[in-house]
Design a protein around this ligand. Structure first.
Ligand SMILES: [Zn+2]
Length: 554
């Protein structure tokens, strides 16, 4: 391998949970690690996904040699259709399950150009030109086939953990701890590791610890059992269906993403459900309540997901019956707590017995490492330099402090934002330059994204409402034929009548004065916005969107 400095940076995944997209490049070649999306927060009305700004990749498209996927979660593969619309990716390297999920995703988004997908496993070694050699170690996480990457370059070795927890009694194959420690003992220059749970002390409980709680529910329940969790949590779904089959219950899967994922995972043998144990929703009526287990999406209280739809009577085939046991096998993501609470109240009102995860009753275990596992990762890899990844700023910071507690010098720890480059050269790492790394908001089917101006407008409409001003003029005689009329949205009625009356008077004065000076429509509109916005802000403390509409009589 010939030497040139290695730039390492994120286009997404730092200062946020989601849209993981990391770049590793030298002067000839660039490889990507993961291409994720982020799901929007409540302050982004109408947005379905947030993706990275791919400008840097567009500008350096000739250098792109491949995309490595660590595992099949949306925050690691969800950006692929958008990325492929922006630049050509010669090869996507992915583990088997992720590869199947990616193929399905590309069919689903009607992506026509064929893209080469190469499946790797734990023994694969992939050479990228003369520049990078990538090998893999299996990790444990909430989806099967999760891997960390070892990237050897002319300047040193980089380890990227992907999402992981160190689960010693996993569902599925073991974490390849020996392999990782072997890589570590050969010398690792830079570690990039998952920070999602850096705020939580101790060890994340094993995935199999959840099984006991699930079994207890199945032992006791008399009516139907409805289990909702993330469709991406395949290891959990596998445990639930095994317990259901053992309790002689038929399994009915509800929710589009849940059906997709279970379909693909069954086909590849990651979830085993005998054909006779699966029933469709229109067959539910043929079975007694004690013979049924529904597995569905909606554990975050999402109004459009399967569980909410059953509750609100939107499902043609089923509803909630008194005596149903509803299991939330997940924790609310921060920000979703209120939605979940609302859904739980509705369920209880309908007579369901709701079981949620708690300290006393374990129905969920995170797929990410807590602080003891992060320490163990540092000890195993023993890196010279460290860049915490996958996490909000405070998580990255805490993760950095863990490395420091274990003896790493302060200036070997790089807490970065998206777009900040660090440079690996001759086994040392230093800070580098900056690349553009904003966010793009995707609304509906338009893959080109919504501008931040549009997001701004939606924010204004949501918080401050809207005022439209309508008038009719006779431009030839420079006369106002119909004086300005105001229509408001989002104001309360007391504010409304008073402010509307006075605003109309102000608007009329303003327009008449401008017309007497023969002002253009553009001038009239901008003065109107100015005058009304100042007045309304003074009176109501709001800054609504103001839309003047001038009609000309002919
Ligand atoms: Zn993940």
């Amino acid at each position: 391998m010939k030497g040139s400095p290695i730039n390492i940076f994120a286009l997404g995944g730092l200062g946020e949970v989601g849209k993981n997209t990391y770049c590793i490049e030298n002067d000839r070649s660039l490889i990507l690690v993961d291409a994720g999306v982020r799901f929007p927060e409540a302050n982004l009305p109408g947005v379905d996904y947030v993706i990275p700004d791919y400008t840097y990749l567009k500008d350096n498209r000739a250098k792109i040699k491949g995309l490595f996927i660590t595992h099949g979660h949306e925050d690691h593969i969800g950006g692929i259709p958008f990325l492929l619309r922006t630049v050509r990716i010669p090869v996507i390297y992915a583990p088997r399950l992720a590869a199947a999920l990616i193929r399905h995703k590309l069919e689903d988004s009607r992506f026509r150009d064929p893209v080469k997908i190469v499946e790797y496993d734990s023994d694969s070694v992939i050479k990228i030109a003369d520049d990078f050699v990538v090998s893999f170690f299996r990790v444990t996480h909430s989806i099967p086939d999760s891997f960390g990457l070892c990237i050897d370059t002319s300047e040193g070795r980089i380890i990227e953990t992907g999402d992981f927890k160190i689960d010693l009694t996993p569902v599925g194959p073991n974490f390849e701890i020996n392999k990782l420690s072997e890589l570590g003992s050969q010398g690792v220059d830079l570690l990039m590791a998952d920070s999602t749970n850096a705020e939580i002390e101790g060890y994340t409980p094993s995935e199999t610890a959840v099984r006991h709680g699930v079994e207890e529910i199945f032992d006791k329940a008399i009516g139907r059992i409805i289990v909702s969790t993330f469709s991406s949590n395949i290891n959990r779904i596998q445990q639930v269906v095994e317990v259901a089959v053992a309790h002689k219950r038929k399994i009915c899967v509800l929710g589009r993403s849940m059906k997709n994922v279970i379909g693909i995972a069954r086909e590849l043998g990651y979830i085993k459900i005998p054909d006779q144990s699966i029933i469709q929703e229109n067959q539910l009526k043929n079975y007694r309540n004690s013979e049924v287990c529904i597995v569905c999406t909606g554990s975050q209280g999402e109004p459009m997901a399967a569980l909410s739809r059953i509750v609100s009577g939107d499902n043609r085939f089923t509803q909630i019956y008194p005596g149903d046991t509803v299991v939330f096998s997940s924790n609310p993501i921060p920000g979703n707590g209120a939605l979940v609470d609302r859904l739980v109240n509705k369920l209880v009102r309908l007579g369901a017995d709701v079981k949620q995860n708690s300290m006393a009753f374990s129905l969920h275990s995170s797929g990410h490492p807590s602080r003891q596992e992060l320490r163990l990762m540092q000890r195993l890899v023993n890196p010279a330099y460290f860049m915490p990844v996958h996490g909000e700023y405070r998580m990255l910071k805490l993760h950095g402090e863990i490395a420091k507690q274990l003896g790493m010098p302060d200036d070997h720890i790089f807490i970065c934002d998206n777009g900040d480059q660090i440079v690996l050269q001759n086994h040392t790492v230093r800070r580098g330059g900056q690349v553009p790394a904003g966010a793009k908001y995707i609304d509906g089917l338009d893959l080109d994204g919504v501008s931040s101006q549009t997001m701004n407008d939606r924010e204004i409409l949501k918080n401050d409402g809207m005022v439209s001003v309508l008038m009719v003029t006779d431009k030839r005689h420079n006369k106002l034929l119909v004086p300005p009329m105001l229509y408001t949205r989002g104001f309360n009625s007391a504010e409304d009548s008073h402010v509307v009356r006075h605003s109309q008077m102000k608007a009329q004065q303003c327009v008449q004065e401008l017309m007497s000076r023969n002002a253009s429509y553009a001038e009239i509109k901008s003065s109107l916005k100015d005058v009304l916005s100042k007045y309304i802000q003074r009176k109501t403390d709001r800054r609504p969107m103001i839309i003047p509409v001038i009609m000309e009589a002919r």
